[in-house]
Design a protein around this ligand. Structure first.
Ligand SMILES: [Mn+2]
Length: 328
């Protein structure tokens, strides 16, 4: 069965490599679908500028040999396209490499490539905030970074970042179309207007509308990170889901939540955040979303493993139960 013919489902993900432990874990929590996040380097895909076809193909066949389906790869290391995001010299070479990588992702039979447009990355002001029962979560407080130094040497305005985005997406989207790859855009986390001098343009509903207009294609949509949208304000989440689902633009979902909104929030267990996450899953089903949902960030629980397997099992267990109730 083709991945795009599968019903709405829960996936395990945010892995950088496929270990025996992850294979066992995924089967033990009752899942067959996996996603990888290559935001950091040093995972299953070697390369400092681009990815090779055989490495991508072998990652897919490793999944399949283990009885799993590779649904998507999210992110390259930011160094693959930082100059493209910032419009710096060398951007055309990076864009050529990204076209090469997307071509290889498509030919290797990987249907979705998640991406973001944050040269200054995800920001958290604490990685050790105590949450429920002393679980450790990450947190963000703008008051602590108002005076942070420039991350990239100067101010990059929103107008400039939009121009860079247009140049970038218009160069890579035709390759994704040719190769049957769907590009899924993640919001800027945290969704502040600017951090470290760099404008964060994918941080609002209007920003996403604009991005989808600039990169107007059935092969372009959203990696709907419920957590980041909740950081913008929980009331916008159902509105954004309805809007983008109606256009068939929600390609997959990061199913997590936070407590609080920008300028100050902390990460949360799936059952203690701003939103009623069961209602969110119910809405996704109502609007006809047919993709996978994964747990994304999770709190670090007592005696947890480095990849938070204990906490992921807790989140996935709840997601499985929600979906089972919705499926009747
Ligand atoms: Mn996310």
């Amino acid at each position: 069965m083709q991945l795009d013919e599968l019903p709405m489902r829960v996936a395990a993900g945010q892995f950088s490599d496929l270990t025996d432990e992850i294979v066992s874990f995924t089967h033990q929590v009752g899942l067959q679908d996996v996603q990888f996040n290559m935001y950091g380097s040093g995972g299953a895909l070697p390369g400092t500028e681009r990815w090779e076809y055989m490495d991508l193909l072998r990652l897919r066949t490793r999944c399949e040999d283990a009885g799993l389906r590779l649904n998507a790869i999210e992110n390259t290391p930011p160094e693959f396209y930082d100059k493209a995001m910032l419009g710096l010299p060398g951007r055309d070479e990076q864009i050529e490499n990204m076209q090469y990588t997307i071509r290889n992702i498509g030919r290797a039979g990987i249907p979705i490539f998640g991406y973001h447009f944050m040269p200054s990355r995800v920001w958290r002001t604490s990685n050790t905030t105590p949450a429920r029962g002393g679980a450790e979560v990450t947190a963000f407080d703008m008051a602590l970074v108002e005076n942070a130094p420039l991350t990239h040497g100067r101010v990059f305005t929103a107008d400039e970042m939009w121009a860079n985005y247009e140049y970038y997406i218009k160069a890579i989207l035709p390759v994704a179309e040719e190769e049957g790859v769907r590009l899924a855009l993640h919001p800027d986390d945290p969704p502040m207007a600017s951090l470290g001098g760099v404008a964060r343009i994918m941080s609002s509903f209007e920003g996403f509308q604009r991005a989808m207009q600039i990169g107007d294609s059935p092969n372009h949509g959203l990696n709907f990170c419920v957590g980041t949208w909740s950081e913008m304000g929980p009331e916008i989440v159902p509105q954004a889901i309805r809007h983008f689902a109606a256009q068939g633009k929600i390609f997959y979902v990061h199913f997590r939540d936070v407590l609080g909104t920008v300028p100050k929030f902390r990460e949360a267990f799936v059952d203690e955040g701003n939103l009623n996450m069961f209602e969110i899953m119910k809405l996704l089903r109502e609007v006809g979303f047919k993709g996978f949902m994964l747990d994304d960030h999770v709190p670090h629980m007592v005696n947890d493993s480095g990849w938070a397997s204990r906490s992921r099992a807790y989140a996935i267990g709840q997601m499985n139960a929600m979906l089972r109730i919705l499926n009747g």
